[in-house]
Design a protein around this ligand. Structure first.
Ligand code: AMP
Length: 250
């Protein structure tokens, strides 16, 4: 069983986001970048399938600038066997990424493709669903548990108010939710070994896909600064402020 994992390079989730002075975008200069947290969960799940003897090969794929190879090397250090980098300097949105991934799926014919449910930079939550549509494969989104059963995959999905279990015929697409697993940290020897694992570079042109974004980013606004708090002297004063200043109660 071959498993493909999609890995996106995003701003590290610990970084306090700064907006460019002209509000044209988020400022990425000298900012720590990392693997999207939901993609880390995807890599972990694929590696666990391999360790359990269910998967025979794990291939990590990323679409993005040359620097995205850092995240592919991280995936290799965590246990992926090889990596494919679709190199582009375009601002890639979900549809572009899904189109490139669909081409890689066509070439590689994986039995299972695992993506994050959402990239924390664009918050789109679309790529897995688009990839399922483009490839005609069944999808199990927001997975909190998966189990391979012969030529099917059982997926437990986190939905509003509970859990839903679905059975998908392989080959299939899965997107990861937070509770699917707890990703491991890469060990130093594995980081060293990852440097020697195969990493193939492709271009969108070679794959015959258009990845450029079809929307224009108009402006980015930071969240409003929080006002300083005040200490109130009594419950009556608090109720008065909530009623007459904040106007959140009547
Ligand atoms: P999104 O739909 O854009 O929120 O992203 C959901 C998931 O799709 C991510 O967690 C990745 O697994 C995958 N994905 C999106 N964009 C890319 C990309 N440029 N390269 C690789 N994987 C991607």
């Amino acid at each position: 069983m071959k498993v493909l994992v999609a890995v996106k390079r995003v701003i590290d989730y610990n970084v306090k986001i700064r907006v460019k002075p002209d509000h044209s975008d988020v400022d990425l200069s000298n900012v720590k970048m990392a693997m999207n947290p939901f993609c880390e969960i995807a890599v972990e799940e694929a590696v666990r399938l391999k360790e359990a003897g269910t998967a025979s090969e794990v291939v990590a794929v990323s679409i993005g600038p040359k620097a995205a190879q850092e995240q592919l090397r991280s995936a290799l250090a965590l246990g992926a066997d090889r990596a494919i980098h679709v190199q582009t300097d375009e601002r890639v949105e979900s549809l572009g990424a899904a189109r490139a991934l669909a081409k890689v799926v066509e070439e590689e014919q994986p039995d299972l493709m695992i993506l994050g449910k959402q990239a924390i930079d664009s918050d789109n939550n679309q790529t897995g669903q688009m990839l399922a549509a483009l490839t005609g494969r069944p999808q199990g989104t927001f997975a909190s548990a998966i189990k391979v059963e012969g030529d099917s995959l059982e997926v437990i999905r986190e939905i509003d108010g509970g859990l839903q279990t679905v059975s998908l015929k392989l080959p299939a697409i899965v997107t990861t939710d937070l509770r699917l697993n707890e990703p491991r940290y890469a060990k130093l020897p594995d980081i060293m070994k990852a440097k020697k694992k195969p990493l193939e570079t492709r271009t969108p042109e070679e794959l015959g896909v258009e990845v450029a974004s079809r929307l224009k980013l108009v402006s980015v606004e930071p969240p409003a600064e929080r006002q300083g708090g005040v200490t109130v002297g009594s419950v009556d004063e608090l109720v008065d402020k909530l009623k007459n200043e904040a106007k959140v109660i009547t």
